[in-house]
Design a protein around this ligand. Structure first.
Ligand code: FAD
Length: 366
């Protein structure tokens, strides 16, 4: 989110400084991975409106960067027809007139023989779903921001923040900066940054998510061009996956798990138990996908209780904005969030409806 905001602000002619506590490609946060799903299939029409705007900005970013960042694969949502996520997603794509097909498991198998979906389930196919090459998207935002004059300082943790009436002072270990505006996009560390502003903690909880990338002997049926993205609303924790891209292997993971109070409590060591559970999912729904484990990694979701994002301004210092668009589904919006942050920082308003994301929904009764 920070790299996208740096891009739009520098492109708008602002002097921009981006501070990152680790190196620029570190894997302790949420955004460094081969791929992330982008899709219209949301259970809430508000997100469909936002993702429509996000698609346009990704296409513009591809043009500006000269790089393909979105790969159209088509996407499946499957589960029991009365599963709330299936039911609400179907309602909202119908209401928003998003092209889609409702398929039987048999029809799905004719199209995608890689899947074995139980007859009692229903499948929603959405053709514009695809993957964003996540790490390359972040790199593109950063590269273009630098080309527009942004200064990027890795390994520079923000240690203190002092707001003033119309400016803000930010400290790192070896420097003090003064700025007219400040955007905090700290991912799973957001509450640490809010604490530096003496703002109350938000109910944000880091979740450790372990991903598996498998390399079947013949990867072609599981690669971009042959394999769709999918979200499986199966009993227990939902699962999702996406095709192999740039030799990554086919990716499968669970959308959920235990949350922690603070990132410092996250164990970044991958475990065998999760791989066994992912393999069990594959045996049921994707036979043949999980033969050899190519790589596994830990990534962080930053969860809100309602799984909607946070994007708001400091109650006393409106020139300070903070955001955490995650709950495991924020990446597809990152370029849009960057442009919204840019508009809010420069004009105080945005044409997009971000009312869902107000922090006050958690703090109002506190
Ligand atoms: C496994 C996994 C799968 C996902 N799949 C999808 C998907 O398919 N589709 C989708 O749309 N979304 C998906 N998401 C969600 C998406 O990746 C996140 O919403 C998004 O990456 C969040 O970006 P962010 O900028 O908020 O956080 P981050 O990328 O973590 O960035 C926050 C940055 O702030 C830095 N920082 C924190 N504190 C300080 C400080 N004091 N000083 C300086 N720097 C600091 C951190 O080091 C970090 O680099 C997934 C997430 C995960 C983990």
């Amino acid at each position: 989110m920070g790299s996208a905001a740096a891009y739009y602000l520098s492109r708008a002619g602002q002097r921009v400084l981006l501070l990152e506590q680790f190196d620029l490609t570190h894997e302790r946060g949420s955004s460094q991975d081969h791929s992330r799903i982008i899709r219209y299939t949301y259970n809430n029409p508000a997100y469909i409106t936002l993702v429509t705007a996000a698609y346009k900005l990704w296409f513009a970013l591809e043009e500006a960067s000269g790089e393909q960042l979105y790969y159209k694969t088509g996407g499946l949502n499957f589960g029991a027809p009365d599963h709330p996520s299936m039911r609400d997603t179907l309602h909202s794509v119908q209401r928003m007139k998003i092209p889609h097909e409702v398929l039987t498991p048999q029809e799905t198998r004719a199209r995608y023989p890689q899947f074995t979906i139980p007859e009692a389930m229903q499948v929603i196919f959405e053709p514009e779903s695809g993957i964003l090459t996540a790490a390359r998207c972040v790199a593109a935002h950063l590269r273009l921001a630098q080309q527009h004059g942004a200064v990027i300082r890795p390994n520079s943790p923000v240690t203190a923040i002092q707001p003033q009436a119309d400016s803000v002072t930010v400290h790192t270990a070896d420097a003090v900066y003064s700025a007219a505006r400040l955007i905090l996009a700290g991912g799973a560390w957001t509450n640490d940054l809010l604490a530096r502003l003496r703002l109350p903690a938000l109910p944000l909880r880091p979740m450790r998510v372990q991903l598996a990338y498998f390399q079947p002997p013949d990867i072609t049926p599981f690669s971009v061009g042959r394999f769709p993205t999918f979200i499986a609303w199966v009993p227990g924790i939902p699962a999702y996956g996406m095709p192999s891209i740039f030799d990554s292997g086919v990716k499968v993971a669970f959308h959920g798990g235990e949350t922690r109070g603070h990132v410092s409590e996250i164990d970044y060591t991958p475990d065998e138990h999760t791989i066994a559970e992912i393999r069990a999912f594959c045996r049921g729904f994707l036979p043949g996908a999980d033969t050899a484990l190519k790589q596994t990694r830990i990534c962080l979701y930053t969860m809100t209780p309602d799984e909607d994002f946070i994007l708001d301004q400091h109650p006393e210092y409106p020139h300070i904005l903070y955001t955490s668009p995650c709950s495991g589904h924020g990446f597809k919006f990152s370029t849009l969030i960057g442009s919204i942050l840019c508009d809010l920082a420069l004009t105080g308003s945005t044409p997009h409806d971000i009312s869902l994301f107000r922090a006050a929904r958690f703090t109002a009764n506190a």
